[in-house]
Design a protein around this ligand. Structure first.
Ligand code: 5GP
Length: 204
């Protein structure tokens, strides 16, 4: 039996650069991952192509997919629906392919419920580490500004709890390298490797 592929979920707070990092990963020739194209009810932006960037759907079509349980997860984000078609993910994993989802945090939590064995990567804004420096540079920022930053940072830190790895998006290329390294490491996990050897021995 072929070993199941990995389900990799790339998520993180809005504005952190998930889309940019994901596009960079998939533009690299040595990337051996499959991207799960999402469905959305938002209108295509200039240059976006149906079936490549998203599957663009009407609200009725989307709600029908929800009802027929055709989505692994879905969320309403800034007035539009976004969701992951379940069949592509299931079929790809079954045939041993590693599939990556790039989704917002509510959706990632739903996937965690359905696929606890997935690889959950939280893309973090560089401001989290910068924050400390800024706070230490006393006198240059108002107390209110610092407090606001602390609140945002705290919320972002709490979101991290549901993830296996945190990748700081300080530089897109570096974030991509880290994500790829995590995927390689995951394939070397003892549990996965031991299973493969066990199966080999059973065949003998
Ligand atoms: P945008 O409209 O800028 O392409 O995407 C808006 C947000 O929706 C981004 O944070 C993106 O990661 C998220 N997103 C894209 N596809 C999906 C999906 O299938 N499910 C969920 N939950 N979020 C998605």
């Amino acid at each position: 039996m072929k070993e199941r592929g990995l389900l990799i979920v790339l998520s993180g707070p809005s504005g952190v650069g998930k889309g940019t990092v994901r596009k960079e990963i998939f533009s690299q020739k040595d990337t051996n991952l499959y991207y799960s194209i999402s469905m959305t009810t938002r209108k295509p932006r200039e240059g976006e192509v149906d079936g490549i960037d998203y599957f663009f759907k009407s609200r009725e079509e989307f709600e029908d997919l929800i009802e027929r349980r055709k989505l692994l997860e879905w969320a309403e984000y800034v007035g539009n629906y976004y969701g992951t078609p379940i069949d592509y993910v299931e079929e790809s994993l079954q045939s041993g392919k590693d599939v990556m989802l790039e989704i917002e945090v509510q959706g990632a939590l739903q996937v965690r419920e359905a696929f606890p064995e997935g690889l959950f990567i939280f893309l973090a804004p560089p401001s989290l580490s910068e924050l400390k420096n800024r706070i230490q540079t006393r006198g240059t920022e108002t107390e209110e500004l610092i407090n606001n930053r602390m609140t945002v940072a705290k919320e972002e830190l709490e979101m991290m709890d549901a993830y296996d790895y945190v990748v700081e998006n300080d530089k897109v290329e570096l974030a991509c390298e880290r994500i790829k390294a995590i995927v390689v490491a995951e394939h070397c996990k003892r549990e996965r490797v031991a299973n493969r050897y066990k199966q080999m021995l059973e065949v003998e």
